[in-house]
Design a protein around this ligand. Structure first.
Ligand SMILES: [Fe+2]
Length: 345
């Protein structure tokens, strides 16, 4: 496995780059905007293909690299379903899996630092965001933070992992890089409380100054979505309402770009083909499955995904590959459901 812990010294943020092998798909967790060039360089040096960029929560102390990485590499942006970010490509909930080729991370909802905080567990290690830090815990005094919820997330979820589980947090300000669940149980001063009320009192008495970047970072991180208007302006978008009338038409091929797990959980548009987004480049190039389909049948390719972000990027890639009829359902299945479009399982 390839595993890199990268550091942004300005914000004290740790970013993690993960892949199962050289030449394979990569995932990045908690990227920082100012470091995006460095990440891309490293991804190239290690001969990786960045397919997903995930944030553990909406950060207040730095601007996320999610949007810039998506724009540069066309990767899928991922956050938890509770995130207040306007649009991400994929939203995950407790019990879902965050996957790239050869790697599976379990999504654990760990609110408290914020109400959109998630941890990602991968076999021997857990990425705890700002829920559990090394010898500390994330503050709970803004962004709908809640010390009671954090106590529950830490004591009833994270500390129940095996003691030897490695703890990789999103931040450290003292140069600590990794810990274990057992070490934190024993030595984390915030966790040496006798009751939930003692923890709440402790967290409510911290009286910390707001992060310097907060007024800039929070609004910026809430507007991370791809501007789908540009795709629409070019005539490559169909509203969910208009798309309902296209179901079953012989001249339209509906193509679902989501993953199998998303299809199973959220349903599919009846009659749609499945062509997962990570295989897109191979599918739209001349000789690829979708290119051949459009050439053979003259069908218009109508992409869709969860929120319209993957499909907007797919339209651009398909157009670039010469599929001039390619378009997408703006807003994805989310908009489709709001327009009361039919679903199959
Ligand atoms: Fe945070």
């Amino acid at each position: 496995m390839i595993f890199r812990q990268l550091f942004d010294s300005t914000s004290g943020t740790y970013t993690y780059l993960l892949a199962s092998r050289r030449g394979g798909e990569a995932l990045i967790v908690d990227p920082v905007l100012e470091k995006v060039e460095r990440y891309i360089q490293l991804v190239n040096e290690l001969d990786l293909r960045l397919v997903k960029a995930a944030d553990t929560h909406l950060h207040a102390d730095h601007i996320t690299g999610l949007g810039a990485l998506r724009d540069r590499t066309h990767c899928i942006t991922v956050m938890g379903e509770r995130s207040k970010a306007d649009v991400v490509s994929m939203r995950l909930a407790e019990g879902d899996k965050l996957t790239v080729e050869g790697l599976v991370l379990d999504v654990i909802y760990t609110p408290g630092h914020t109400d959109d905080s998630y941890s990602f567990l991968m076999r021997d290690r857990v990425f705890t965001g700002d829920t559990l830090l090394i010898r500390g815990t994330g503050r709970t005094d803004f962004q709908n933070g809640d010390p009671r919820a954090q106590y529950d997330s830490i004591f009833n979820k994270l500390l129940r992992l095996p003691d030897e589980t490695l703890v990789y947090p999103a931040h450290d300000y003292k140069g600590e890089m990794v810990s274990t669940i057992g070490e934190e149980k024993a030595f984390n001063p915030r966790l040496q409380v006798k009751s939930i009320d003692e923890y709440i009192e402790l967290m409510n008495s911290l009286d910390l100054p707001n992060p310097k970047m907060m007024d800039v970072a929070v609004p910026a991180n809430m507007r991370v979505g791809l501007a789908q208007e540009e795709t629409a302006r070019r005539g490559w978008a169909v509203t969910a309402k208009d798309a309902i009338a296209l179901i079953g038409r012989p001249d339209v091929a509906l193509v679902d770009l989501r993953e199998k797990s998303e299809r199973q959980k959220h349903g599919v548009i009846p009659g749609s083909l499945h062509a997962p987004y990570p295989d897109l480049a191979a599918n739209v190039r001349p000789g690829g499955m979708l290119h051949a389909l459009a050439a053979a049948t003259g069908q218009r390719i109508l992409f869709y995904c969860a929120f319209g972000e993957r499909s907007a990027m797919a339209v651009q890639a398909a157009q670039d590959a010469g599929l001039s009829s390619a378009c997408h359902i703006q807003g994805g299945l989310d908009a489709w459901k709001k327009a009361e479009g039919p679903l199959a399982r």
